[in-house]
Design a protein around this ligand. Structure first.
Ligand SMILES: Nc1ncnc2c1ncn2[C@@H]1O[C@H](COP(=O)(O)OP(=O)(O)OP(=O)(O)O)[C@@H](O)[C@H]1O
Ligand SMILES: [Mg+2]
Length: 405
């Protein structure tokens, strides 16, 4: 496919622990080339919800300024990743009758059937649809159709996955981005962006679950036959692991974070009695002390087991999606905790691998890290665009229109 110009695509991942901006452009052949990135520590966001507008806006501006400086041009419009446990998803179905003498499915009929699928979900007034993702089309009851345009039939049905959010929480994030002098072109459920960056074509076809363990949350995405079947956000992430350690060892959070990264593992069976004890700073005026590494790792393992067992329960709920032949892919910064991927394979009872963002042209090696999956995925995000998924005529679309996106 030839692309006329070199459109710039900016992805902004506003995470609980870090903000990441990626600037990419489409090359002449439609391929993606990364031309800049910016990073800042995040402040003012808890589990996907803005708790301090000024702080989060300042963090976003810092990441944007770094990206702007590196590529020498202003970033004025972004695709922003949104998430948090206020996201809820449903599977739904829509149906339309194909009119006309020829009874040929047109683009408009596809738009109509996808819009009809939204109507069957009664949303409370504080919620909004973010994505309507077609899974499979049916013509006169015959399924397995990815794109029905041009086919003949009298009734068109579609199964869709609908992702919804709490309006006010999304609006707060859009507002924070605007305060950083950036317009929002599109909001994307960030779990889907990560899926786009780390899952392979084969995995998506065979059946796979992405488990993205971030700082404030864990996102679950089940994809099979190239369609999103199930999504869920759990309010537990790497920050919960660090907090457990801080409480358990009675040490400051920064110290617990250091210990988790330097000495932590969730595979306690691999520890030996000869392991060096861990030096732990005390809180307040308390003296530093030594703690057995086993104690540190038992705390982390307990949280990991609990989290992964909830993930396993959620995947069971999605089981009507069929078997996940390609197993699990574990991404997000939390997947860097030693032993996490192996433990996931054990608890979820399926093969697991670590999910790194796919390398695109111009991407430096330091960005091939599980914590950058969302930001890289935002620049790639096309899910829901194929074959057609009209933008919902809802509140978010109107907000994006107000800001002139
Ligand atoms: N080497 C490591 N060992 C253990 N944990 C790690 C390691 N590196 C990063 N983490 C953890 O990963 C978490 C951050 O992950 P990530 O960058 O994916 O989160 P985020 O995008 O900021 O948050 P969210 O997506 O939940 O809003 C932190 O809790 C951090 O402690
Ligand atoms: Mg994240």
């Amino acid at each position: 496919m030839k692309v006329k110009s070199n459109p710039i695509i900016c992805g902004l991942d506003v995470g609980t622990t870090k903000i990441c901006m990626m600037v990419a452009r489409r090359d002449r052949d439609g391929g993606l080339e990364l031309i800049s990135s910016g990073y800042a520590e995040s402040a003012g966001l808890v589990k996907g919800a803005v708790v301090n507008l000024d702080e989060i806006a300042a963090s976003i501006r810092k990441a944007a300024s770094e990206a702007e400086m590196k590529c020498g041009m202003p970033v004025d419009c972004v695709k922003v990743g949104v998430g948090g446990d206020h996201f809820q998803s449903y599977n739904s179905r829509g149906a339309v009758t194909i009119a006309g003498e020829r009874q040929e499915v047109t683009d408009q009929a596809v738009d109509q059937v996808v819009l009809a699928s939204r109507a069957s979900v009664a949303l409370p007034p504080d919620r909004e649809i973010v994505h309507v993702l077609p899974q499979e089309f049916f013509l006169d009851g015959r399924g397995d159709i990815q794109n029905p345009v041009g086919l003949f039939g009298s009734q068109l049905d579609v199964d869709v996955h609908i992702v919804t959010c709490q309006k006010a929480l999304c609006l707060n994030l859009i507002n924070a981005v605007n305060r950083a002098e950036i317009r929002v072109r599109k909001v994307v459920f960030k779990a889907l962006a990560s899926a786009e960056a780390v899952l392979t074509k084969d995995e998506k076809e065979l059946g796979v679950v992405l488990v993205e363990i971030g700082g404030g949350g864990t996102d679950i995405v089940v994809v099979r036959q190239n369609a999103v079947r199930f999504t869920k956000v759990l309010p537990v992430g790497g920050v919960s692991f660090t907090r457990d350690l801080a409480f358990g060892l009675q040490t400051p959070v920064e110290e617990a974070e250091r210990i988790k990264k330097e000495s932590g593992t969730v595979l306690t069976e691999r520890l030996s009695d000869g392991d060096e004890p861990v030096q732990v700073l005390g809180t307040g005026a308390r003296e530093p002390r030594e703690v057995s590494r086993r104690v540190v790792c038992e705390i982390l393992r307990a949280r990991a087991m609990e989290t992964l067992e909830i993930v396993a329960d959620e995947i069971r709920k999605a089981e009507d999606a069929g078997p996940l032949v390609a197993g699990a892919v574990v991404s997000g910064g939390g997947s860097m905790l030693d032993g996490m991927v192996e433990l996931a394979a054990d608890v979820l009872d399926m093969p697991a691998r670590q999910g790194l963002p796919r390398k695109v042209k111009g991407m430096k090696d330091d960005l091939i890290h599980p914590g950058y999956a969302t930001a890289v995925g935002l620049t790639m995000f096309t899910m829901g665009a194929a074959p057609r998924a009209p933008s919902p005529p809802g509140f978010l679309a109107r907000v994006l229109a107000w800001v002139g996106a």
